[in-house]
Each structure stands twice: as C-alpha cells, then as structure tokens.
Design a protein. Structure first.
Length: 117
C-alpha cells in the first residue's frame, strides 16, 4: 500500500487488486455500448449492442434500450458465473470491462445510461 496526495491505493495482495467503485466507474467510463437499431415493418424496433452479441425487439426505442440493458445484465451475470470460460475465449475476453461496467451500475437505469442510440 502507498499514499499519494492523501489517497490510499492497494496495488497488490497475492495477485489481487482493490479499487473503489467510484474509481472503477471512472476507469470504465469509456466502455459504453452503441445501440444499432432499425424500425421493422410492424412499427417495432429491433436493435443490437455492438460490444455483446445481444439483440432485442420492442415497440419504442426507449423500451428497446431497456430490453437490451436487461439482456446485458443477464449476460454479465452469466459471464461472471463462468468467468474462467468466458475470459479465456478469444472472442469474449474483450467483453470483461463491459461486463464490469454493467455490474457496477446501481440499477437498470444505470445500465440503460451506458447505451448510446
């Protein structure tokens, strides 16, 4: 542990590191999702998240974002439950910071706030 400007940082303890949620939010702030969507013939909207292989359909763009956020939370939980598997698969390893950013949000509204449509 060392001090810099009155703040303590825990660098490593047996290969682990600790950081506050506030600092983690800052570090992960660039890991946002781009929502690509299109309006279907029936008037609904179908969209995907660029960082994950997730798609959803909803009556409005706002509802679509909420559905995509729910799917992102579900995927993030699955990723963490099977972390060694997902993290060691080359095409899913880069999902890790996005997963963490989803999981540190206070609620679904926080996850929706990570989606740029």
């Amino acid at each position: 542990m060392f001090r810099r400007a009155g703040v303590e940082f825990l660098l490593r303890v047996k290969g682990l590191a600790a950081v506050s949620i506030e600092h983690l939010r800052f570090l992960l702030s660039g890991y946002r999702f781009k929502v690509e969507y299109q309006q279907e013939d029936d008037g609904t909207f179908t969209g995907t998240l660029d960082a994950f292989d997730i798609a959803a359909n909803a009556p409005t763009v706002e509802e679509l974002k909420r559905e995509l956020a729910k799917e992102a939370v579900e995927y993030a939980n699955e990723y963490m439950e099977e972390f060694q598997l997902y993290f060691n698969v080359p095409n899913r390893k880069h999902h890790a910071p996005y997963v963490l950013n989803v999981l540190i949000q206070d609620d679904l509204a926080g996850v929706v706030g990570l989606l740029d449509a």
